[in-house]
Design a protein around this ligand. Structure first.
Ligand SMILES: Nc1nc2c(ncn2[C@@H]2O[C@H](COP(=O)(O)OP(=O)(O)OP(=O)(O)O)[C@@H](O)[C@H]2O)c(=O)[nH]1
Ligand SMILES: [Mg+2]
Ligand SMILES: [Zn+2]
Length: 366
């Protein structure tokens, strides 16, 4: 098994490339310019299925053959930072030029790969990467700088998984995911799992999302209840499952695909400490017959996260991600809903979430 990321951003660089780290950022920027365009979509022949420090596992179109690939550095180096940034405002773009992605590709990236040594070979080289349609990205705190952690690229649907209990439902992470999805043009679906653990008559604190117009589905991965509503929304699409650890992302995927070899968080050893949870984003190897012959082969499981920092969201823009606020009738249309007198938003259901995100953005924490 390939080694895991140690949090070192440029694990994937060979020594020649590492030498360039010393260059001024301006010099580096210039170097990235000429390869940032990437491949044309029709030049790609594979999708990145899993990313390791110095290589990635890719899955070839058509055959489904997989190979562990290193990077053709001249083509891949420098490409990775310049993607989907035109969507961001200038301040955010400037900031992005100063941070780097953890790896040159992400799960879901479309690439051109070549096998080394015959069609059955398990080794290859990534020759180039297509420009991304979008990406689900968060700043990941590293030693003394911020690096970007791209959870997945070229995503149609983000399934935000939360659970009734263990861990308990909290709106903070949900709202951050909703903002990230809106920023990148990804359709969000909120899935509340472990509905079997909801005591009779207990309040459903998540129903306000439905009232706000978000797609919300209550499910039970244990029995499969509710999954018949979820599955049709995901067929033929690139879907990322994200949420806190333990909410049941892998369990839901397992139940929907019948892939029982996917690892879920069961306590497995004698001391009760060993948990087999998802450790890296993974494009599931869904065989077409599993889902009735559809092309739904791009479902991505991700490891649980505790925090999701936002990129490219200014304080002024933040309120636009809470569209219900605009109908609240604040006296002042420029109201940021923080210190203003007569603000009408402060009693609304997502206000607390808004205030927290505003404060963390204002303090530079994303
Ligand atoms: N009661 C109940 N337990 C569930 C349900 N779905 C999942 N679980 C349990 O919740 C635990 C965590 O499930 P996972 O599927 O590993 O959760 P995950 O979100 O993939 O976690 P990470 O991989 O760590 O991010 C396991 O013990 C599951 O058996 C459910 O619908 N009901
Ligand atoms: Mg998991
Ligand atoms: Zn206000």
């Amino acid at each position: 098994m390939a080694p895991k990321f140690r949090g070192d951003t440029e694990d994937w660089l060979d020594s020649d490339q590492s030498g360039r780290r010393a260059e001024s950022s301006a010099g580096r920027r210039k170097k990235t310019g000429n390869v940032a365009e990437g491949l044309k979509p029709e030049e790609a022949n594979a999708t990145v299925a899993e990313v390791f420090p110095n290589q990635s596992r890719v899955r070839f179109d058509g055959t489904g053959h997989e190979a562990l690939c290193r990077y053709r550095r001249a083509n891949v180096w420098g490409h990775y930072r310049a993607q989907s940034e035109e969507r961001l405002d200038e301040e955010a773009r400037e900031k992005l030029l100063r941070v780097r992605e953890r790896a040159p590709v992400a799960v879901g990236d479309r690439v051109k790969a070549e096998l080394i040594g015959g069609p059955q070979s398990k080794d290859g080289v990534i020759e180039g990467v297509c420009r991304r349609r979008n990406r689900l990205v968060r700043p990941a705190p590293a030693r003394d700088e911020t690096i970007l952690h791209v959870l997945a690229a070229n995503v149609d649907v983000l399934v935000i998984v939360a659970s009734v209990t263990a861990p308990e439902f909290t709106p903070g992470l949900v709202d951050r995911f909703l903002i990230a999805a809106a920023t990148e043009g990804i359709e969000p679906i909120l899935v509340i799992n472990k509905i079997d653990l909801l005591p009779v008559g207990a309040p459903r604190t998540w129903t306000n999302y439905q009232a706000l117009g978000y797609q919300l589905i209550e499910v039970c991965a244990k029995t499969g209840a509710g999954l018949e509503k979820l599955q049709p929304l995901l067929l033929g699409k690139t879907v990322v499952f994200s949420g806190k650890s333990g909410v049941g992302k892998t369990s839901v995927l397992r139940k929907m695909t019948g892939m029982n070899d996917l690892r879920v968080g069961e306590v497995s050893d004698a001391t009760g400490k060993g948990r087999h949870t998802t450790t890296s984003a993974l494009l599931l190897p869904i065989r077409s017959e599993i889902l009735g012959g559809s092309a739904a082969d791009r479902w991505i499981d991700t490891p649980g996260i505790r925090e999701f920092g936002l990129l490219g969201v200014s304080l002024e823009k933040l309120r636009s991600f809470f569209p219900e606020f605009s109908g609240a009738g604040c006296a002042n249309s420029d109201c940021l809903h923080m210190e203003e007198e007569g603000c009408a938003v402060k009693t609304m259901s997502r206000y607390e979430s808004y205030r927290r995100i505003y404060q963390s953005l204002a303090s530079g924490e994303n």
